[in-house]
Design a protein around this ligand. Structure first.
Ligand code: ZN
Length: 58
């Protein structure tokens, strides 16, 4: 299962290998090769919510 993380956190996770917090709240170690894995539905929902919130600000 692939989780979605904020970009800055994702870079940090890559560099340090430390677990970081995904959008759904799960603490997760990101990997470079999660293509093909199903995206966590809670993360996808949360991302949509954030994107919708950003659109409202414009
Ligand atoms: Zn998730």
């Amino acid at each position: 299962m692939a989780h979605i993380v904020m970009k800055d956190d994702q870079m940090r996770g890559y560099l340090t290998g430390d677990p970081i917090k995904a959008l759904c709240g799960k603490v997760w170690v990101p990997t470079r090769d999660y293509e093909g894995l199903p995206i966590c539905q809670k993360c996808a929902d949360e991302r949509d919510r954030i994107v919708a919130g950003m659109k409202r600000l414009n």
